[in-house]
Design a protein around this ligand. Structure first.
Ligand code: SAM
Length: 334
């Protein structure tokens, strides 16, 4: 266990005693039956991200009354319905990343005919790193109504708990898996002033913390939020250096959201690329450095490229700069 001053743990314990749950279910089902759901409409509904008690009355009403339930995983949908004590009389169909584009039109034909299509993912808000966007886009194209029954989503839960500025933030989805993509993405965020939110998995968290240290340095504030809304909810708040050490000392399990403070004005200035340069300019700078400092042209090119990242964090192509340096040399000779 880590010893952060700012760590909070276990605060989300659900207190799911069996008799309490049964009584709550009965009360919820009664209350939900008074809720009217929209007809001839697609409804995206958020589902709990760990604590069944976070299911909204509208979600329950939709499960009980929708004509069709398009679920990311039908088994998980029935499991949720069972935990909520809800009967799902509508047709349940699978709607996942691999089939959602093909499925969209047939589901929307049903909407056109007056059906209510409820769309849910395994946890949290559909479309947020989950299926759902294809049907939303297609509904907009076809001029069909689409609405939302909002609720739990790990992004906002973590952001609210992190204790970092919430007035401006950017959601970056999952940290890229591939090391080179991860480095580029984080590099592109060095000058980002807004609070940054990333999703992560426990088996990559150690590499990601190394990459965060490399990109933002040890002193940037951050929070590692895990198992939100569950019995073992934990928020580790500290600097990148401290949180990284805690990950080494006590590897976190379960689902993780990382919230990282945005750059201060000084950090943003220091991190901003000095100036975007062209391949020809990079070749000329490298040539001058090579001649002035007596370093090999290849090494000078590598240095210049690294010092001048492009705004998206990527680097100029080394071969192209080398070729430009060769061309410049041969035109000097001619
Ligand atoms: N649609 C979901 C939402 O609205 O949050 C996100 C789905 S995405 C496939 C799953 C990722 O969300 C997890 O790998 C984790 O990063 C984050 N996540 C989901 N539930 C979480 C929880 N209870 N605690 C922390 N992170 C969670």
């Amino acid at each position: 266990m880590t010893d952060f001053e700012n760590e909070t743990e276990g605060a989300a314990a659900s207190g799911d005693a069996a008799q309490d749950v049964a009584a709550a279910q009965a009360a919820m089902a009664g209350a939900a039956s008074h809720i009217t759901i929209p007809r001839g409409c697609v409804v995206l509904a958020a589902t709990p991200i760990g604590n069944t008690g976070d299911a909204s009355l509208r979600l329950i009403a939709l499960l009980e009354q929708a004509d069709i339930v398009a679920a990311e995983d039908t088994r998980r949908l029935y499991d949720l319905a069972h935990r909520l004590g809800v009967h799902v009389p509508g047709r349940v169909v699978a709607n996942h990343d691999h089939n959602e584009r093909d499925k969209a039109d047939s589901l929307l034909d049903e909407v056109e005919g007056g059906a209510t299509v409820l769309l849910v993912s395994d946890a949290g808000m559909p479309t947020i790193n989950d299926p759902g966007l294809a049907i939303v886009r297609r509904a907009i194209e076809r001029g069909l109504p689409v609405t939302c029954a909002p609720g739990p989503s790990a992004v906002l839960d973590a952001l609210a708990l992190a204790g970092l500025p919430t007035d401006r933030f950017c959601y970056e989805g999952f940290v890229p898996r591939k090391a080179s993509d991860r480095t580029q993405r984080l590099r592109s965020l060095r000058a980002e002033r807004r609070t940054i939110v990333f999703y992560e998995t426990p088996h990559r968290i150690a590499e990601t913390m190394d990459a965060l240290l490399e990109a933002f340095g040890p002193d940037r504030s951050m929070a590692l939020c895990r198992e939100l809304t569950k019995d073992y909810e934990q928020v580790r708040r500290g600097t990148v250096g401290q949180v990284r050490q805690s990950v080494i000392d006590d590897p976190p399990r379960g689902e993780i959201v990382l919230v990282i403070a945005g750059a201060s004005a000084e950090e943003a200035n220091a991190a901003a690329p000095e100036a975007v340069i062209t391949v020809a300019q990079a070749a000329r700078l490298a040539q001058e450095r090579s001649e002035g400092e007596g370093v090999r042209i290849k090494d000078a090119i590598a240095e210049v490229i690294k010092e001048h990242p492009l705004p998206d964090g990527s680097l100029l192509n080394r071969k192209a700069v080398y070729q430009a340096a060769l061309d410049a040399k041969s035109s000097e000779r001619a």
